[in-house]
Design a protein. Structure first.
Length: 308
């Protein structure tokens, strides 16, 4: 029965855009992974800004915050993935920095979170604004962006799993000649997880209840860590493109313990600080667009009394 339900293998290849003949390159490859990640960043950031606006926080401040966290987050994801998962390539890059533009080190999910944290601290030092309100807003928008980012992983099959007859298995061609085997695709599973979290967050938000500061951060951490820990047991071996193991666990599984502990800490902290008051420096700037009364704005002329 699973044969009829198994998703047939497919893989989106780069789209080559022809370039003018006077340029040194014939084509500009557009990667489907990059396109979907970019869409996810834009949608997640837009949702975060709208959330801030409804909470009385100036959206331009949220945009500045997101610029720091996203850019430095990608740097952290790239470098930490190279250090942990592509160690030999990373060491080669240190010896010859030009290889940084020739070899792809990949992106690490938890590495991106570490980079985002560094971006938050830099932003706080530069602006003096509190981090938590905006970090909580970013956590609210994160699952929507993550869903599209993991779609990018799925369409290029970056995260192959072990062989399976599960009905959501994907036929992977890269592990041998036909007949292709069916494997778990962890990118697909995280797309489904993210879609469920988006629905949950929107439902909770629609209840119009005042929630403690850090609620979305806590929920995101607690809901992601166990799922990621469990899914990594389904990864293919490192010889087949899966992650390396240390004492039987992947680096992400160790990081999941920290992520879960952080979520539990945020719940405790939220009980101690149940409400949040937007400081004046971050408050939404309301532009008064009410047209002024010309008669009241002009200085009144003194009337001259005529003498009889």
């Amino acid at each position: 029965m699973h044969i009829f339900l198994t998703i047939p293998w497919f893989r989106l290849e780069p789209w080559n855009i022809p370039l003018p003949s006077f340029l040194p390159f014939e084509h500009l490859p557009i990667q489907p992974f990059g396109v979907l990640v970019a869409i996810g960043v834009l949608l997640g950031a837009r949702l975060c800004e709208e959330y801030c606006k409804r909470r009385g926080i100036e959206p331009t401040i949220a945009a500045d915050f997101l610029t720091h966290t996203i850019l430095i987050g990608f740097v952290g994801a790239y470098l930490l993935n190279g250090i942990v998962y592509e160690t030999e390539t990373f060491l080669a890059v240190l010896q010859d920095p030009t290889l940084l533009f020739k070899r792809w080190l990949g992106l690490s999910s938890y590495g991106g979170m570490v980079g985002a944290l560094a971006g938050m601290l830099i932003w706080k030092k530069r602006t003096g604004h509190p981090i938590m309100p905006l970090a909580d807003a970013a956590a609210f928008g994160f699952p929507l962006g993550w869903m599209f980012g993991r779609m990018g992983c799925f369409v290029v099959h970056d995260h192959p799993g072990i062989e399976t007859d599960f009905f959501l298995g994907v036929e992977e061609y890269r592990f041998g000649a036909p007949p292709f085997v069916t494997r778990h695709d962890l990118g697909l599973y995280e797309v489904i997880w993210a879609a469920c979290i988006v629905a949950l967050f929107f439902f909770l938000y629609s209840r119009n209840r005042e929630r403690p500061l850090g609620t979305w951060l806590a929920l995101l951490s607690i809901l992601y860590a166990p799922i990621r820990f469990g899914l990594d047991f389904l990864r293919a071996s490192s010889e087949l493109g899966g992650d390396v193991r240390f004492l039987g666990l992947t680096p992400a599984q160790y990081a999941s313990f920290i992520c879960l502990a952080f979520g539990l800490y945020m719940i405790k902290r939220g009980k101690e600080i149940p409400t949040f008051v937007v400081p004046k420096s971050m408050a939404l700037r309301v532009v008064d667009a009410t047209p002024s009364d010309d008669s009241s704005s002009e200085p009144k002329k003194k009337s001259k009394k005529k003498k009889n």
